[in-house]
Design a protein around this ligand. Structure first.
Ligand code: SAM
Length: 287
């Protein structure tokens, strides 16, 4: 059967099933075989891998994944796509489609059941309205992962990769870089999708660290402090931590911790590295 990456074939399937694109589900389907080849190569998918695909759509990337991987589990929220997937994936016996909202699934349990708890690869052209919650759920739930290779909005990829001093640096950069090493696999223009999104996209691979690059006594507290520091971007670190509803330190404790960590009282959160946030967290934990 001809692949769906041929735009003509995608149009035929859409027409046959009278499928209506749903904006609320972030439905922009890939129609470019070169981009799909780059994603599969970038993710390093082999026959030894189980791949979790989030949002298979009409199955365009799923067809490529099924050919490269040992097994593919694809989670799709839109029930209107299920009969289409039944037809487009009929030639593959190593694909399982689950009808669910990926954010409501127990992914650790899924990896246990589908891959005996061994690390999986996640490959997806993500629905952009929930990119960050999906990535954070994968890392924070400690799902056994080798890597996550995803199509995201170009600006979001830049945020995940950036460091102190960049305008893109923020809580997402630090969270991603605590868990994984980011690498941009490809930039993807909007004409590679149907319908075309209003933004350009990029494929980013996040390779999970076996151990985080910094040691901290309380991971949850580290992220509360990071969120508080970036909540009010133009304020000082001290004000950000004072004004956070997630933290209970006094003004004096915060000022003393910032001094003990060796920072100026007027320092801003956006100037601190992950290592410096970890140091500040450990000092505040003693307060
Ligand atoms: N993988 C396909 C492709 O590349 O052509 C479709 C990608 S499209 C950008 C995103 C897909 O995610 C859509 O099929 C959409 O219905 C699905 N989706 C949106 N929200 C979801 C959720 N919470 N859980 C699972 N799938 C979701």
């Amino acid at each position: 059967m001809e692949k769906l990456s041929n735009p003509q074939r995608t149009i035929e399937v859409i027409k046959k099933y009278e499928f209506c694109f749903q904006k609320k589900f972030g439905q922009n389907f890939l129609i470019d075989g070169h981009v799909l080849d780059k994603i599969i190569a970038g993710a390093g998918v082999t026959k030894d891998d189980m791949v979790l695909e989030i949002g298979p759509g009409i199955g365009t990337m799923t067809q490529y994944l099924a050919e490269a991987a040992g097994k593919v589990v694809a989670v799709e929220i839109d029930r209107n796509l299920l009969p289409i997937l039944q037809e487009t994936l009929a030639d593959y016996d190593n694909v399982k489609v689950i009808h669910a909202d990926v954010l409501s699934l127990d992914l650790e349990k899924l990896v246990q059941e589908e891959n005996g708890g061994r690390p999986i690869k996640v490959v997806a052209n993500l629905p952009y309205y929930i990119t960050t919650p999906i990535i954070m759920a994968l890392f924070e739930q400690h799902v056994p992962l080798a890597n996550v290779t995803v199509m995201v909005q170009k600006e979001v990829a830049a945020r995940m990769k950036s460091g102190p001093g960049s305008k893109d640096y923020g809580a997402l950069s630090l969270a991603v870089q605590y868990y994984a090493e980011p690498y941009i696999v490809a930039n993807v223009p909007c004409n590679c999708f149907m319908p075309r999104p209003n933004v350009d996209s990029a494929v980013i691979r996040l390779t999970r660290y076996e151990e985080p690059p910094v040691q901290v006594k309380d991971e949850k507290m580290l992220f509360k402090i990071i969120r508080a520091s970036f909540n009010q971007r133009r304020k000082t670190l001290q004000n950000g931590l004072n004004n956070s509803s997630e933290l209970n330190f006094t003004k004096d404790q915060i000022a003393a911790a910032i001094a003990e960590a060796g920072f100026s009282p007027s320092v801003r959160g956006e100037a601190l590295t992950l290592e410096q946030f970890a140091k500040l967290t450990d000092i505040l934990l003693k307060a």
